[in-house]
Design a protein around this ligand. Structure first.
Ligand code: CA2
Length: 162
């Protein structure tokens, strides 16, 4: 008999527009690691930390909104919104609505780049923010999601971990 995956022990890794090209172009900005490899590393880390990681990438804003909605009741979301971070109110609203910790990741140091990348409309409603750490940032973000999720559990249980 197969058992249903535990939604509360599942994390969504969601990458936005153009991140399917990771590792194939512009290595100076984004490195040489492919998206497939990033997904493998985060999934492996999830396994070590006791969570299932569901990976998705989309170039479409609406599909990303739907994916975030689908993570309701999960442990959280590791999200690289790509360029949508800089202007998508729809993604911001989805992050607020889903009520799970969403940690925003940018591979590059957006603050060392063009001015329009210095604004994130999604960061103020995210549970955390990682930028400029390369693809290692995704692993940091997964750990941060799980920490935030554990803190939420503590608050709802009335317990407090050390
Ligand atoms: O640094 C990041 O992770 C970004 O989210 C990447 C976005 C950019 O618009 C954000 O300002 C910062 C762009 C993703 C494009 O990805 C590519 C990867 C390889 C080759 C070409 C594009």
């Amino acid at each position: 008999m197969t058992s249903m995956p535990d939604r509360s022990r599942t994390v969504l890794l969601l990458n936005g527009p153009n991140l399917n090209l990771l590792g194939t172009r512009d290595p100076a900005q984004y490195g040489t690691t492919t998206l497939e490899e990033v997904e493998r590393r985060v999934t492996d880390l999830g396994g070590e930390l006791g969570v299932r990681v569901v990976c998705a990438q989309s170039n479409s804003e609406g599909e990303m909104v739907d994916r975030i909605h689908g993570a309701r009741g999960w442990a959280g979301v590791v999200l690289n919104p790509g360029a949508y971070a800089h202007y998508s109110i729809a993604l911001r609203d989805a992050i607020e609505a889903v009520e799970v910790p969403v940690v925003e990741v940018h591979i590059s140091n957006v603050y060392a780049r063009e001015r329009f990348r210095h604004t994130s409309v999604t960061a103020p409603v995210a549970a955390g923010y990682v930028a400029g750490c390369g693809v290692f940032g995704y692993e940091l973000a997964l750990r941060a999601v799980l920490r935030r999720d554990a803190e939420r559990e503590e608050v709802s249980d009335g317990t407090r971990a050390g």
